[in-house]
Design a protein around this ligand. Structure first.
Ligand SMILES: [Fe+2]
Length: 345
């Protein structure tokens, strides 16, 4: 018997210390569409996304990620997740009436302690007549042509103190562990997982958290249709005074064309395209070695991560920063995360 509990990464909440600037950038440069505003949050979605929202911008003191939302594969699945996690330290509980979706069950990953939520009932985006696509019925609205035109939410990447432990937890909810990069045998510094049993190479990625902190995040990724759209996005970012951190390039681990920038609140956003289709439900995790040119990070094996690429938010301070810097001083780790120490940017 097989089981798919989750159907898609539905939304991520991005905390921004500069919410007005972040929202403006997400709409005008990243090309997202605003659905609604409620309390301290603004709800956005890619132009081709059917659900109410995929990126929720919420005001906060420091950049970071709040709720990570997953739509289940069918009705009753949120209850199944709740049953499976009942009486565990991961259980948070039921919440009602979140904007854009129905009854919602929340839980935390055991080690990274990231806050996840699952739901089945969703509010679908309904375009006003002037935005409706007159021809292509699988589009919820016309192509917007705004900014880089980010189309769909793709994945979220998060540090965790215990990657193996969190991978085992996500697998209990149906995730496949598709690939990893090690800096030495048994020391993984990057892992990709997907809840999707039929297509994706990853909708969740993990990196190690050396700071001792929990609940931090490294980046949120959106997707465009073509690899050339990523190069076009680089031009749009340059024209809008958004410095490019890393890319365009191709990660060998999933064969996606990547590009990383920082949004005005300071958080890292990725835009990507391409990638191979992992259709194998019984796929066995592939392992790349970082030493000697990591094909997982750069398929051409000739590009290293830039300074500061290890940064994840909230940034560590004091003892946590010292702990983080000590781990990053390891030559092999530096090869993967870039040569820098915390707090210098
Ligand atoms: Fe990514």
């Amino acid at each position: 018997m097989s089981e798919i509990l989750l159907s898609q990464l539905a939304h991520v909440e991005l905390i921004s210390p500069k919410p007005a600037e972040t929202v403006e950038w997400m709409k005008e440069v990243f090309g997202l569409e605003e659905t609604t505003r409620e309390g301290q949050s603004v709800y956005l979605r890619g132009w081709a996304e059917w659900l109410h929202s995929s990126l929720i911008i919420t005001e906060g003191r420091e950049p970071g990620v709040g709720r990570i939302g997953w739509r289940t594969y069918g009705p009753g699945d949120p209850e199944l997740v709740a049953q499976r996690l009942a009486d565990t330290e991961e259980a948070v509980g039921w919440v009602d009436d979140w904007e854009g979706h129905g009854a919602t069950y929340q839980y935390r990953a055991p080690h990274g302690r990231h806050l996840h939520e699952v739901f089945w009932d969703v509010e679908r985006y309904q375009a006003p007549p002037e935005k409706q696509d007159p021809v292509i019925k699988n589009r919820p609205q016309r192509f917007s042509g705004k900014g880089i035109g980010a189309r769909y939410l793709d994945h979220v990447t998060m540090p965790t103190q215990n990657m193996r432990g969190d991978i085992d937890f996500y697998k209990r909810l149906g995730a496949r562990h598709t690939a990893q990069t090690e800096v030495e045998p048994g020391f993984a510094v990057f892992s990709t997982l997907t809840c999707n049993g039929i297509r994706s190479s990853h909708d969740l990625a993990l990196v190690p958290d050396f700071s001792g902190m929990t609940g931090r995040a490294h980046h949120i990724a959106f997707r465009v249709d073509q690899r050339q759209d990523v190069e076009r996005a680089a031009e749009v970012f340059l024209a809008n005074d958004t410095p490019i951190e890393f890319g365009p390039g191709v990660h060998g681990i999933d064969e996606i064309t990547y590009l990383y920038v920082r949004e005005p609140g300071g958080f890292r956003m990725e835009i990507n395209s391409g990638g191979w289709l992992n259709t194998m439900p019984d796929w066995e995790t592939t392992t790349y070695q970082a030493a000697g040119g990591n094909p997982g990070q750069s398929i051409w094996r000739n590009v290293e991560a830039p300074e500061g690429f290890h940064e994840a938010w909230p940034l560590p301070a004091g003892e946590a920063a010292a702990k983080n810097d000590e781990a990053l001083a390891d030559e092999n780790v530096r090869d993967f995360f870039g040569d820098n120490t915390t707090g210098t940017r």
